[in-house]
Design a binder for this molecule. Structure first.
Ligand code: ZN
Ligand code: ZN
Ligand code: FE
Length: 760
């Protein structure tokens, strides 16, 4: 009988609560003429379907195609059920009280339906800056605890008016169970304050704010995951003033434009970037600058790129309505402190920076910076993974015990695991001050609570002075595993690719403590999850002044010149050495000679610094990696030359830096332009590591290569090495889900720690 009614039970796991999933199921069931019921459960949703086999199959096929934009299905299981004779399809009450294993949605952009209502003068939410629905709006940043219900969010202070409540209760409505649902009558509102923290008397605080921005004022604007500092990006005085007051002299400032057309006026981009810009996560996307734009040079000095995003909250749209080419929208903090989130904190901490404050009364419970991505070598590459992406887990190949991984020191994130899921936190920042330490601790506690994970293993770096390591060492009654930094980088790359080892891991960054007590950073490891060997590394040189050598690349340059030329260094006719002066160089050489505060380093990042300094690009930096970044920016794309290289193999390959440094000096002396030298230096590294990987493949029979570490933010090196290694026939693993820099490190620490525990 083909028209016989059958019944099935489906269990769907993933991000399926708080995203309009049950109403979607309800409507889809009605569409296919099916009866039954749907309910939230501890792990997702459970539904019973009764009807014709054909309709049920179509229903199941439709789920992934038509699911709500915020849903993320991990698993669907299906089992036959006895036919009970349902007469309708209905949404029933949640089963059980434990909904703790479900996934929470990230904060995403306002949807088109809500925007259309906000633009409609006849709509009751016309011009309302907090409009949202089950398909859009805040989630992660307003949740205090689970289950995700209004009383557990910062919306608990707002009692819904009868109209909002009716929407909330109606399964046919787009706002059915939309926890942040609000309107001008019952929801949050904005207020404009001037620098004296006095409220400004105005009918339209948003239009008033826009007018102030046009006048060149700096406005602190409260957003989704924290405050932004906003200025008109075409207003030279305003941008310069913002940089000065924020003590952020060099780092690029993010821009926000109201449309793709507007972005096209100031930057170049293709289809892939267009998709990233328009994605619901609304990240900052790195785009190549156009020349001759009205954007002030100091927005992104000495850089070929702008970081640009489209508006993602209704408030942003309303602000940009005033017609800006672009607004600077940079995280509101003092240099390296975390982004400000609450109003009192903002008035206090930003009082010296902002002229005005556009604030609202919906609390941000967890700060979350804007995410930064770029499109490179065919894929999205996260640089900072935060708002819009967190807390979507990285899905792993194998089940994990509950692990807390504490990350490293710079660009810190933490990671918690549960089953096959690894939850990498939002960007926490550089753990160099009290405020960031507090944010770190707060994030660990918050994530443990909303994910309901009680870690049995804690993972951290080997470096004893990192705040994250000290935190891990303080914990009691928990197994602690300390993971070598560059091993963690490679393991992170393997984990997000669900790959098994062994791999040849190119782990390149500025610094990480090695197992031999020296500073590593130009490492070629043969690694699997639980262990590694150091197959090759850059030949170590002293780092005179230790941390000072990171801030002052000229120190690394002197050290590398000394290693390459020895006694003859003094005779070199190098403009760089003249600018350093004999006296300063001699002091440094004495430090190196006497081994005073001069740890050995095999860092590739520091080699970039040295080359940048030798060719006269910069002797000092305002942030880690700046010299290396500028070296990439000046690169002449048409140059295909390279330098000689070699390595010495005594079981571990030591890659000589001297021929490279000697060739750079020779080029400088013969008047080769810095642009060409930069290109030759990059080309050399690409050839060198391709050849080295082939050497290791022959020696060890491993044909899989993983690329990780902060140096791979260098686009030329990433793209060039991917092309070379693919041509050589390697199976390549690269980062697409977590950052290649230390922001992805906690994921690697977590999987290594779990592997070590299961091996012991
Ligand atoms: Zn919406
Ligand atoms: Zn209302
Ligand atoms: Fe690193």
């Amino acid at each position: 009988m083909t028209d016989a009614r059958t019944a099935y039970r489906l269990e769907i796991n993933g991000i399926v609560q708080g995203v309009g999933f049950r109403p979607f199921i309800y409507q889809l069931a009605n569409h296919h003429g099916l009866k039954g019921e749907v309910a939230n459960t501890a792990t997702g949703v459970s539904l019973v379907l009764e009807g014709l086999e054909k309709g049920i199959r179509q229903f199941i096929d439709d789920i992934p195609v038509k699911q709500p934009p915020l849903a993320h299905i991990v698993e669907v299981s299906e089992a036959p059920e006895p036919v009970k004779g349902f007469t309708a399809f209905s949404i029933v009450k949640s089963r059980g009280s434990a909904t703790r294993a479900t996934l929470i949605s990230p904060d995403v952009m306002v949807c088109d339906d809500c925007l259309a209502e906000m633009r409609d003068p006849a709509d009751r939410r016309f011009g309302y800056p907090f409009i949202n629905c089950t398909n859009c709006g805040p989630r992660y940043t307003i949740i205090d605890d689970i289950p995700y219900d209004r009383p557990k969010t910062s919306m608990r202070h707002f009692r819904m008016c009868p109209l909002c409540q009716a929407e909330y209760d109606d399964p046919d409505n787009r706002r059915f169970h939309a926890q942040p649902n609000a309107c001008p009558a019952c929801g949050p509102r904005v207020t404009l304050f001037d620098s004296g923290a006095k409220p400004v008397d105005t009918d339209d605080p948003i239009a008033d704010t826009a007018a102030r921005l046009k006048d060149g004022r700096i406005v602190a604007v409260k957003g989704l995951g924290g405050f932004h500092l906003a200025v008109d990006a075409t207003h030279a005085d305003a941008v310069v003033r913002l940089r000065r007051r924020k003590h952020r002299e060099e780092k690029p400032l993010a821009l926000m434009c109201d449309s793709l057309d507007r972005i096209r006026e100031i930057a170049r981009f293709g289809e892939a970037e267009e998709r990233l810009l328009g994605s619901i996560q609304r990240p900052i996307v790195l785009l190549e600058k156009r020349e001759d734009t009205p954007i002030v040079e100091s927005v992104s000095p000495s850089n070929r790129y702008f970081g640009i995003m489209l508006p993602y909250t209704p408030l942003h749209h309303l602000l940009l309505d005033a017609g800006f080419t672009a607004l600077v929208m940079t995280s509101a903090n003092l240099s390296e402190e975390p982004i400000a989130i609450n109003n009192a904190e903002a008035f206090e901490r930003l009082g010296e920076i902002a002229d005005d404050f556009l604030v609202h009364d919906r609390d941000i419970l967890l700060r979350s910076d804007d995410s930064i991505v770029r499109h490179s070598a065919g894929h999205m590459r996260p640089i900072r993974r935060s708002r819009g992406y967190v807390p979507v887990p990285v899905f792993l190949k194998d089940d994990m015990p509950p692990v807390l991984a504490c990350g490293a020191e710079l660009k810190n994130t933490v990671c918690l695991t549960r089953g096959k899921q690894a939850f990498v936190s939002q960007h926490i920042g550089d753990l160099e001050n009290r405020a960031t330490d507090d944010f770190f601790r707060h994030t660990v506690d918050h994530l443990k609570r909303i994910l309901d994970i009680d870690p049995q293993i804690v993972a951290c770096d080997l470096h004893p002075d990192y705040m994250s390591t000290r935190y891990a060492r303080e914990l009691e009654g928990i197994t602690r595993i300390e993971v070598q930094h560059h091993h963690a980088h490679i393991a992170a790359c393997m984990a997000e690719n669900k790959a098994d080892g062994p791999v040849i891991g190119l782990s390149f960054d500025g610094a990480g403590l090695g197992t031999d007590g020296t500073v590593w950073g130009g490492e070629v490891l043969v690694a699997d999850y639980h262990t590694f060997t150091r197959a090759a590394h850059m030949a170590p040189v002293p780092m005179p002044g230790s941390a000072a050598a990171i801030r002052e690349p000229w120190r690394m340059a002197v050290s590398h010149l000394n290693a390459a030329f020895g006694e003859e260094m003094g005779a070199l006719q190098l403009p760089f050495l003249q600018s350093v002066g004999k006296q300063r160089a001699d002091i440094l050489l004495a430090m190196i000679d006497k081994q005073v505060n001069s740890p050995l380093t095999s860092s590739l990042g520091r080699l970039f610094d040295a080359v940048a300094a030798i060719i006269g690009l910069r002797g000092q930096v305002a942030f880690e990696g700046q010299a290396a970044m500028e070296l990439e920016m000046i690169l002449d794309n048409t140059e295909s030359g390279s330098y000689d290289f070699y390595w010495e193999d005594d079981g571990t390959c030591q890659i000589a830096t001297t021929p490279i440094i000697q060739a750079v000096v020779r080029d400088v002396a013969t008047g080769v332009s810095p642009n060409v030298i930069s290109a030759r230096f990059h080309n050399t590294l690409i050839l060198l590591f391709d050849q080295l990987c082939r050497h290791l493949r022959t020696a060890m029979g491993i044909d899989r290569v993983a690329l990780s570490g902060g140096v791979f933010q260098n686009n030329r090196l990433l793209v060039g090495l991917i092309a070379a290694l693919e041509t050589s026939g390697f199976d390549l693993l690269t980062h697409r889900l977590v950052p290649t820099n230390d922001g992805g490190l906690s994921l690697g620490q977590a999987v290594v720690a779990a592997a070590k525990v299961s091996h012991s």
